[in-house]
Ligand binder design. Sequence first.
Ligand SMILES: CC(C)(COP(=O)(O)OP(=O)(O)OC[C@H]1O[C@@H](n2cnc3c(N)ncnc32)[C@H](O)[C@@H]1OP(=O)(O)O)[C@@H](O)C(=O)NCCC(=O)NCCS
Length: 160
Amino acid sequence: MLRDLRLRSLSDSPEAFGQPLDDAVARPGPEWAAQARAASEGDRRAWFIAGVAEAAEPVGIVLVRRRPPDVALVFSMWVDPRVRRAGVGRGLIHAASEWASSWGADRVVLWVVAGNEPAFRFYQRLGFTWLESGPDADFGGAYGALAMTRPITRGRVRTP
Ligand SMILES: CC(C)(COP(=O)(O)OP(=O)(O)OC[C@H]1O[C@@H](n2cnc3c(N)ncnc32)[C@H](O)[C@@H]1OP(=O)(O)O)[C@@H](O)C(=O)NCCC(=O)NCCS
């Protein structure tokens, strides 16, 4: 399932992600299995996968990684174009933030490739703001991406 969703993401929105589709296609099956297993144990990382009643297959995915002590990093966010603008993305970010809150994260940080206006508008609508300086902003700049962040209030995820 993880492989299928990632290949669908990379086919649909190649410009949104750092990983080329060819690399993902060539990746051996056991590596996908190990990646999925790693996220199902402990609290270092988690994949969230979304489904909707109208579709037999999953329609969205996001990866969250723990950066101790208190930052949750979001990657690989994707929603199937057939179900966009229906709240699936919002639900995935909410689930990711709830999970991060459970281990004490106080903010979510992610990177958006410069020029990905739909994603910028999506994250802004969800209350994310630019990170204009600091190591995360610098890290993104090296890859042509801009960093965004949203706070997590302990025990309560802020969702506008
Ligand atoms: C960005 C993406 C994940 C949004 O998913 P989605 O399921 O369509 O988003 P939602 O329906 O949950 O939208 C949540 C809010 O953001 C707004 N929003 C979503 N896409 C938007 C867009 N293109 N332009 C403006 N606002 C947008 C929605 O209108 C909604 O606001 P509302 O509560 O006022 O209705 C999806 O468009 C996508 O997968 N894009 C391609 C991959 C990508 O760019 N990923 C991000 C990598 S950083």
